[in-house]
Design a protein around this ligand. Sequence first.
Ligand SMILES: C[S@@+](CC[C@H](N)C(=O)[O-])C[C@H]1O[C@@H](n2cnc3c(N)ncnc32)[C@H](O)[C@@H]1O
Length: 250
Amino acid sequence: MAATKAQKRKLYKNKEKVLTHWNIRHAERNKAKLIRIAEYELFNFTWIATVNAFIEQGKLSNRKKVLDIGFGWGRTILGLKTFLPEIDITGIELNNNAIENAKIVLKNYLGDYSNIKLEVGDAETLQYEENSFDAVLSTRVFQYLKYPQVATDHMYRVLIPKGRAVVMVPNKINIYQFLFYHTHRISPFTLKKWFYNAGFKKIRTGSIIFFHPGIYLFSSESPWVKIEKLITKVPIINMLGGITWVSGEK
Ligand SMILES: C[S@@+](CC[C@H](N)C(=O)[O-])C[C@H]1O[C@@H](n2cnc3c(N)ncnc32)[C@H](O)[C@@H]1O
């Protein structure tokens, strides 16, 4: 049975429930419809803003080895590969169902995904060695974690010196997300605290997605994208978008 909004907001407190919820969600996704959903969610306003923020905050244009934590069906991976084909991406997800879905999407859009590593893994027990990645990214995953500080510490550990980390989550101080978003929400101040505690330097926070998520059809050419970019430069207001991010350097 589908979880109610109240149940989803409590998911982050219980690892077993998060696992079950996402096992079912990924397994139930209709494979034939996956490409259609991808078309609806790709190349739109939210996606472009997310991918741009990762590239900018992660300084990805001069970084090679990148880890995406909790890649879902792979839209960030696809975005990064579209704009920066040279980067070498590893993605982790809680279970194999997500990996199978991502393979379908990546195959459809990239043809060959053999150079992308998709692995089962948990943000809170990240299994990579120190100094494994030039950048570590995650979007809309930390709101499910019971121990987000532990996950942030792992991000720091697996980075090379001067490696960059970027985490995005639904923003608690965005009024729309605060009232309506179906999962736990987190403020940019909390994100900043986790990064500070982990040892990150050059910590910055901000946000993206200032319009209702229903405005999904805008392409990167849309004036709305330009307006959004302008808003992200206005102090204080730039903290209030629907998705907040934090970035830092090891
Ligand atoms: C809202 S989806 C976001 C997916 C993707 N990042 C995106 O933006 O399209 C949340 C994802 O986080 C994954 N997830 C939840 N807890 C996780 C954990 N501890 N480690 C890795 N992935 C996790 C879930 O399996 C799910 O696919």
